[in-house]
Design a protein around this ligand. Structure first.
Ligand SMILES: [Zn+2]
Length: 220
């Protein structure tokens, strides 16, 4: 984004911490440049994880609010669908469509359609549905985590240098204490940093995030 026009960016995550993991450095960078960044979280319904631990809606919402402050998000929106059961239905498409209508984002960022988590795939399908008819000019899919089995379906096409915001991204992820600890805590943080370092290798910068382009216009 080289010119001085201010853009609206809408990040749509299936779960509260997803967009911080997959695009947090980019969202923080664009917010710092003065663009308006909105974050829509589709599921904040409390859930029981694989270890049997219960995660409450209030905790997830509070952590998301803290992370939004760190990233300088203009508005955080919750739809409160049930975790692991996000439907790709006409109802949720209509709800997201209304939000897109209200915000009129220049860019939507969401999950990759071949992600192995069913909620992430549903979110990608919902985004494709609300991006019909050219209303949303720029649509980007995030890279799925490298440990997910279908990572090779992702084609890295757009790279964003996040060297100046990698620490903000990691700080935002740390806001989700109840979430990131179950995936390895600081070990996970180290892996996220290394992942960004590898993407940075592709474009000769220290840290980067990578996206697959679904559609872009010449604003970039
Ligand atoms: Zn997720």
């Amino acid at each position: 984004m080289r010119n001085n026009k201010k853009f609206k960016i809408l990040a749509i995550g299936a779960h509260p911490d997803d967009m911080e993991f997959e695009a947090g450095g980019t969202l923080a960078k664009w917010a710092l440049k003065g663009h308006e960044v909105y974050h829509l979280i589709l599921t904040t319904g409390g859930y029981r994880d694989m270890t049997g631990r219960i995660h409450k809606t209030e905790t997830l919402r509070k952590e998301a609010q803290n992370a939004a402050q760190v990233l300088n998000i203009k508005e955080l929106i919750f739809l409160d669908y049930t975790t692991t059961e996000l439907p790709n239905s006409g109802k949720v498409v209509s709800e997201v469509d209304k939000i897109v209508q209200d915000i009129c984002p220049d860019v939507i960022i969401s999950h990759h359609p071949f992600d192995s988590h069913q909620d992430h795939r549903a979110a990608a399908d919902i985004v494709f549905a609300v991006s019909r008819q050219g209303r949303v000019k720029n649509v980007l899919s995030c890279a799925p985590f490298p440990y997910r089995p279908n990572v090779f379906a992702f084609r890295p096409q757009l790279f964003v240098d996040i060297s100046s915001t990698i620490n903000i991204k990691l700080e935002a992820i740390r806001c989700y204490k109840s979430q990131f600890e179950k995936f390895g805590g600081e070990k996970l943080i180290g892996r996220i940093q290394s992942w960004a370092h590898v993407w940075g290798w592709a474009v000769e910068c220290e840290f980067a995030e990578s996206f697959e382009v679904i559609r872009v216009t010449d604003v970039f």
